[in-house]
Ligand binder design. Structure first.
Ligand code: BEZ
Ligand code: FE
Length: 313
C-alpha cells in the first residue's frame, strides 16, 4: 500500500499521530526491538554516566525518528548538513557551537547547571568569541582599543550572595564593534573591544567600552542556511559579555543587555534573561564624563552589579 505524504508539516504530524494511535503490531515490534537492541548495546559500558547519557540519547533519537518518520533522503540531508558543519569548523569558526546555540541547547545546558542560587546574577551563553588572553585594562581604562562604536561607561561591584565585596575578582569583558564583528573575526590575532580587569578593595570596577548594538551570528554556513529555511533571523540582542571569577566563588559567565533593544526576546540564541537587562543612560554630546575623559559626540553609561554564588553552590 502506498502512503500519500501531506506536504504540510503540521498535517503530516497529524497523519503520523494517527498511525501511532493504531500501530501495526509487526511494524511496532520491529521498531521497538531495534530500540531495545541499541539500548542493550551499552550494557557493558563501565562508566555509569556515559552509559546513562548514551542510553537516553538512543531512546530520544529513536523516539524522534519514530515520531517524525524521516524519509531516507531527509536523513541523508541531515547527515550532509552535519558534514558541512564539520568541514567549516576550525580553531576560530565553530559551527557546532552555533548549532547548539540556535537550538537553545547551549542556554538549556547553562540553565540546568546554574540552578538559581538566591540572589546570584543569572548566567547565560558563553558564545564562540571568548579568548583566554584578553589584554589587561586598568580600572577606568578603555577596552575598546580603537574598535569603532559609541563610548560606554560601565561600572558596578562584584559581591558574594551575602553582600561581601569581592576584591581582586577577575572580570573578562568582550563585545562586537558597531559593525557587528568581534576582533577575532577580522584576524585571529587581533584584540580589541575586549579586556580583563580586577575589582578594587571594595569589589568595585569601572571601564570604558562600546555601547553594544545588535549583530548577526555568523550565518554564511549551514546554520545560517537552516535559519533562513525556517524563517528565523540571525540577529543577537545587543550585549556585552562578562566572565567573572574569584577564588571561593562560582565563576559566572553572563551578558549585560541594554533595555529597549528591538531584538530583545527574538535573540537568535535564546540568551536574554530579564534580570540581565539594564538601563543604559544616553548622554548627549558635551556631557561631562565620570573620569574627566573628553568624548566627542554622544556616549552612554550603565551600572551592572554582579553577585557570585559560592563555589559548589
Ligand atoms: C556571541 O554572543 O558572541 C554569540 C553567541 C552565540 C552564537 C554566536 C555568537
Ligand atoms: Fe556576543
Amino acid at each position: 500500500m502506498s502512503t500519500q505524504v501531506n506536504p504540510d508539516p503540521a498535517a503530516r504530524t497529524d497523519v503520523h499521530r494517527a498511525v501511532a494511535r493504531e500501530p501495526d503490531p509487526e511494524q511496532e515490534a520491529v521498531e521497538a526491538g531495534l530500540v531495545d537492541a541499541v539500548v542493550a548495546s551499552f550494557d557493558a559500558c563501565r562508566d555509569p554516566r556515559l552509559k546513562e547519557l548514551m542510553v537516553s540519547l538512543a531512546r530520544h533519537l529513536h523516539a524522534f525518528l519514530r515520531e517524525t518518520r524521516p524519509t531516507e533522503d531527509e536523513w541523508g540531508a541531515a547527515i550532509r548538513f552535519l558534514t558541512r558543519a564539520g568541514r567549516l569548523t576550525d580553531d576560530v569558526r565553530q559551527e557546532f557551537i552555533l548549532l547548539s546555540d540556535v537550538l537553545g541547547a547551549s542556554t538549556q545546558t547553562v540553565n540546568v547547571n546554574h540552578t538559581a542560587h538566591a540572589g546570584a546574577t543569572e548566567a547565560t551563553v558563553l558564545g564562540p568569541f571568548f579568548v583566554e588572553d584578553a589584554p589587561h585594562v586598568a580600572l577606568g581604562g578603555d577596552l575598546s582599543s580603537g574598535a569603532p562604536g559609541e563610548p560606554c561607561w560601565v561600572e558596578g561591584t562584584v559581591t558574594g550572595t551575602d553582600g561581601t565585596p569581592l576584591a581582586g575578582a577577575r572580570i573578562d569583558v568582550w563585545e562586537a564593534d558597531e559593525d557587528g564583528r568581534y576582533d577575532v573575526q577580522y584576524d585571529a590575532a587581533r584584540r580589541a573591544a575586549r579586556g580583563h580587569l580586577f575589582t578594587d578593595g571594595d569589589g568595585g570596577y569601572r571601564f570604558w567600552a562600546l555601547t553594544p548594538t545588535p549583530y548577526p551570528i555568523p550565518d554564511d554556513g549551514p546554520v545560517g542556511q537552516l535559519l533562513r529555511a525556517v524563517g528565523r533571523s540571525p540577529l543577537r540582542a545587543a550585549h556585552l559579555h562578562f566572565r567573572v571569577a574569584h577564588e571561593g566563588a562560582r565563576t559566572l559567565v553572563t551578558h549585560l543587555f541594554p533595555e529597549g533593544d528591538p531584538i530583545g526576546r527574538d535573540d537568535s540564541v535564546f540568551g536574554v534573561k530579564e534580570s540581565l537587562v539594564k538601563h543604559f543612560a544616553r548622554q548627549p554630546a558635551g556631557t561631562s564624563t565620570p573620569d574627566g575623559r573628553v568624548v566627542e559626540g554622544t556616549w552612554s553609561r550603565v551600572r551592572f552589579d554582579l553577585v557570585l554564588a559560592p563555589a559548589g553552590a
